[in-house]
Design a protein around this ligand. Structure first.
Ligand code: PBG
Length: 335
């Protein structure tokens, strides 16, 4: 292969049409999952640390489901803010729990919208940890039974896919067995397989009221320096029956997404978490960067790294802007 001047890399960058033609990664609304926070009543409450994101009352569930369908989104991912919290997080598996009710309402309003439910206890426990406590430790094995009960109650409410985010050992196997026993062998599991103990979840914890009341999550979520460990986590979840595996957070873990994709193939999901979203939105509000372009760039990077599915609070605005985005990448007279 000869080099310059026979080869000129800039030839294919000359016009928007050519750039589009050779674009290696694309974003399709069907690959986006939209996380939503539901509370039982009241009005929609904006979340100060997440510009443009609100806690929604149950009565808005139908409208939100139709909105997701109209935008062609891949689906929604539901989180609940219960009226009452207790030591064991019992609202997580309540038949009339907030996520269960939101699931029913959404499936009624837009039956084809894929409803994914987060399976975890931290939004429901008074102490804010993702499992039941023994002293000041999260007790792994008793937590599995509670998570399983939660997943089954969500499947009963009509969830299309359940997504355990707790990081207990053995929870995929436990939930799989529980779903099978309850007659839900066809309901798939998307596990938060490689989930790091990340500072980027900060705004979410405000949104979901799920900050731990003492300590942190470092005894169950992964340590950021590690990468081989992420592959072990993913391999184990797949072995236990996970149908989709997730890497979280997204942008700080592009290397993990790439390694996971190369080693296991798909489907791999990446979660563009609350902090990644807020960082861009707030910098844009301050005029430090072009928020639309930064958001697109941060999201397409997840696709380029190998993510098949992207979970993002920006799903609706990305879907709305995707058509226009191609234009936004430049008219034919770029310099
Ligand atoms: C529940 C859960 C968390 C997130 C998703 N599921 C919070 C946490 O682990 O503390 C974070 C999502 C985000 O930051 O957008 N365990």
């Amino acid at each position: 292969m000869s080099g310059f001047p026979t080869v000129r890399m800039r030839r294919l960058r000359r016009t928007a049409g050519l750039r589009r033609l050779v674009s290696e990664s694309r974003l399709d609304p069907a690959q986006l999952l939209w996380p939503l926070f539901f509370k039982t009543s009241g009005d929609a409450t904006p979340i100060p640390s997440m510009p443009g994101v609100s806690q929604h009352p149950l009565r808005d569930a139908g409208d939100l489901a139709r909105r997701a369908a109209d935008l062609g989104l891949g689906g929604v991912l539901l989180f609940g803010i219960p009226d009452h919290k207790d030591e064991a997080g019992s609202e997580a598996w309540a038949q009339q729990g907030v996520v269960q009710e939101a699931t029913r309402a959404m499936k009624r309003a837009a039956p084809d919208t894929v409803v994914v439910t987060d399976v975890c206890l931290c939004e429901y426990t008074s102490h804010g940890h993702c499992g039941v406590l023994k002293g000041d430790r999260v007790d792994n094995d008793p937590t599995l039974e509670i998570l399983t009960r939660t997943a089954v109650s969500q499947a009963e409410a009509g969830a299309d896919l359940v997504a355990p985010s707790d990081m207990m050992d053995g929870r995929v196997a436990a939930i799989r067995a529980g779903l099978d026993q309850a007659g839900f062998s066809e309901i798939p599991i998307m596990s938060y397989a490689a989930k790091y103990a990340s500072a980027f979840y900060g705004p979410f914890r405000e949104a979901a009221g799920s900050a731990p009341q003492f300590g942190d999550r470092r005894s169950y979520q992964m340590d950021p320096p590690n990468s081989d460990e992420a592959l072990r986590e993913i391999a184990l979840d797949l072995q236990e029956g996970a149908d989709i595996v997730m890497v979280k957070p997204g942008l700080p873990c592009l290397d993990i997404i790439r390694r996971a994709k190369e080693q296991f193939g798909g489907p791999i999901a990446a979660y563009q978490v609350s902090g990644e979203y807020s960082m861009i939105k707030m910098a844009a509000q301050l005029g430090a960067l072009d928020g639309d372009r930064a958001l697109w760039e941060a999201t397409i990077a997840l696709r380029r790294a190998g993510a098949d599915i992207i979970i993002t609070y920006a799903a609706p605005e990305l879907a709305e802007k995707l058509g226009k985005r191609e234009e936004g990448r430049g008219k034919s007279t770029a310099v």
